[in-house]
Design a protein around this ligand. Structure first.
Ligand code: F6P
Length: 325
């Protein structure tokens, strides 16, 4: 067991539903093990602005069901500089923090990796981003909720698409990855899905526009990942020009995908990962991410989590071709 008395916790990068549930789990596991907890507000920025708050069991009551993050979040430019990280480290020492739990995605883990290489402070990462683009974990916190939010929105759009016999292009988030787009497309019975990982699928879209739709379908949904090379807006303009037979509309779902109450799945993994992160700090682990594989907690070096590519299943995409006839 590592002899530590105080830990810090922060949420950083794009917020994700379930971050609050993870903060709650971290704080309560720490208190359970007689540790003090400092909540760092607005991600790494809070370390530069000396913006922190003491947290106890009761401070994290009634947050498991809330979207957003009670600690707020930020993308911190200052922490990218050696001077900024030095300032952060000095403040951590001044506060007596002996271990850090960082909750976030790629950018958060990149910052944590550099920080822990430069300074002697144990850091454990909890993957939280709606994009699900972190290697070494089946799911990131927030992905399941965002996916269900997208499915709900697309179902609603399908109602009006079908009432007006329209073709809808729907852009979904995911940064450079197509995880949300692929699963949302399958779950909503999309006619075509465009993903950054498989650009050749834009040919399928052309095929669909040229043939299938005109013959028998009343309406259509095309899901376009925001990271796709061809952007939803450009496809929209192109379809208007080249396929006047379609009554086409464009819908960009935007930040509503990041909000809302976390799903049961996200609340459960947030709880599992929060507990595991604090127990990891207590058992001498450092510079690792806690993840979920086959429902069990796993540990992955933080550097692998950001460097390795998480692959998208081509098999899943293949079934879209079969099921959208
Ligand atoms: O990483 C989460 C995410 O919502 C991405 O899907 C999206 O590309 C990005 O953040 C949007 O960032 P911002 O909130 O800074 O506009």
């Amino acid at each position: 067991m590592r002899e530590i008395k105080k830990i810090g916790v922060l949420t950083s990068g794009g917020d994700a539903p379930g971050m609050n549930a993870a903060v709650r789990a971290v704080v309560r596991t720490a208190v359970y093990n007689n540790l003090e907890v400092v909540g760092i507000n607005e991600g790494y920025q809070g370390l530069l602005d000396r913006n922190v708050v003491e947290l106890g069991s009761r401070s994290v009551g009634q947050i498991i069901q809330r979207g957003g993050t009670m600690l707020r979040s930020a993308r911190c430019e200052g922490f990218r500089t050696p001077e900024g990280r030095k300032q952060a480290y000095d403040y951590i020492k001044e506060l007596g923090i002996e271990g850090l739990v960082v909750i976030g995605g790629d950018g958060t883990f990149t910052g944590a990796t550099v920080f822990s290489e430069e300074y002697d402070i144990p850091v454990i990462g909890i993957p939280a981003t709606i994009d699900n683009d972190i290697y070494g974990t089946d799911a990131t916190i927030g992905y399941d909720t965002a996916l269900n939010t997208v499915v709900d929105a697309v179902d609603k759009i399908r109602d009006t698409a079908s009432a007006h016999n329209r073709l809808f292009l729907i852009e979904v988030m995911g940064r450079d990855a197509g995880f949300i787009a692929l699963r949302a497309g399958i779950a909503t019975g999309a006619e075509s899905i465009l993903l950054p990982e498989f650009e050749e699928y834009s040919d399928k879209l052309q095929e669909y526009l040229n043939n299938k739709h005109k013959k028998s379908k009343q309406n259509g949904i095309i899901i376009v990942a925001e990271g796709s090379k061809v952007k939803a807006y450009d496809i929209y303009k192109e379809v208007i020009k080249t396929h006047p037979e379609y009554d086409v509309r464009l819908s960009i779902l935007g930040h509503m995908q990041r909000g809302g109450s976390p799903s049961a799945y996200d609340r459960v993994i947030s709880s599992q990962l929060g507990v595991a992160a604090v127990e990891a700090l207590l058992t001498n682990r450092s510079n690792e991410m806690v993840g979920i594989c086959n429902r069990e907690v796993v540990f992955v070096p933080l550097s692998d989590a950001i460097k390795e590519e998480k692959s998208l299943s081509r098999n899943l995409l293949r079934i879209v071709d079969i099921l959208s006839i």
